[in-house]
Design a protein around this ligand. Structure first.
Ligand SMILES: [Zn+2]
Length: 55
């Protein structure tokens, strides 16, 4: 599942989208990360949230 997000890429300033999927192995864990449409930059959404709260 891909969702456009209003956060610019930190590398090139391009548009990013969020990707998420629910693993069939760990049912309770939902993984998601953010991907840049322009340069394929990726980051884990959880790490990103941590970096915001601890900045
Ligand atoms: Zn980028």
């Amino acid at each position: 599942m891909k969702i456009d997000i209003p956060i610019p890429c930190p590398t090139c300033g391009g548009k990013m989208y969020s990707v998420s999927y629910e693993s069939s192995i760990s049912l309770l864990k939902k993984r998601s990360w953010q991907v840049c449409k322009e340069c394929d930059f990726e980051r884990n959404s959880e790490e990103f949230k941590k970096s915001i709260c601890c900045a």
